[in-house]
Design a protein around this ligand. Sequence first.
Ligand SMILES: C[S@@+](CC[C@H](N)C(=O)[O-])C[C@H]1O[C@@H](n2cnc3c(N)ncnc32)[C@H](O)[C@@H]1O
Length: 302
Amino acid sequence: MKEIRHIPVLLNEVLDIFDAIQKTKPDKHIVLVDCTLGMGGHSSKLYEKLKKGTLVSLDLDLKSIQYCINTYNFDSSSMPISDGKNTFTIWKKIDEEKSWIIVHARFSQIESVLNILGFYGYDLLLADLGFSNFQIKKTQRGLSFDSKGNLSMNLSDSVDNKLRNLLKNKLLIRGVLQRYTDLPDHTIKRVVNNIANYQSELNTNVDLIKAINLPKYIVRKVFVAFRIYSNDEEFELNTLINFISRQKSGVSLIITFSNFESSLVEQGNYRFGIIEPNIKEILENDQARSAKLYKIYSSESE
Ligand SMILES: C[S@@+](CC[C@H](N)C(=O)[O-])C[C@H]1O[C@@H](n2cnc3c(N)ncnc32)[C@H](O)[C@@H]1O
């Protein structure tokens, strides 16, 4: 099997921030949360650095979780955790003074997950938005226009027809593009009409590219908007931002890749700073091109 790589974006910056936090709390049981496990790029490096504490990593995609369980030598047996209302599946790995817990959950559920695990705050939380190379190359969900897949754009394996239904509704396509892209109205109109007037069946993402029939930079923005819509990403991110806004301590890091994601993060009720990738990283990793790291301070963090 050809090895799939996902280069974690802004990894050094994330690790430097974690180092600084860990240094100020030498004896504390550190609580680290990674809301977007993916291929474990950030999580595994954070775990390597963690001296004493717990890393909780979430993903909604079971295939990505399975990949991490195999890659990072977890015991393959899972167990359920529940508060009576919500039940989640977890996998655990323990090494001397630290442990790593992987949870199959959405980041909008982070508060329940942490409470069930007995954590009522965290030292560092990370959310690296979007999808991983693994999902592009291994799941055929049509997420990227670089590899052929089904017309789904779903980040998980759940089967729904949200995208297919969207593509049948001109008014809805227009609304989604107006909300989730910065494309001018006349371009949005062309995208809507091109999709509506397409004469063949729409079964794959390649069919959708043919239907849109516009330059690549426009197709890219349309794909991002359709993915955000298909996965309720606005709700997911807003719920996370609301949770972060209520934290009294701890630092939160959110890596965004689109203007829409950035604008939501900037509306949170907190102070933040922005770190951008350096030129070297941008040259080495195309995915870093549009990335921004938001460092969010809680009311009692510096
Ligand atoms: C950009 S990737 C993370 C890559 C990871 N940082 C790494 O270095 O390997 C984003 C991951 O977040 C997951 N994800 C996206 N939205 C999510 C949500 N609302 N809840 C949980 N996981 C989510 C995706 O399934 C994907 O695996």
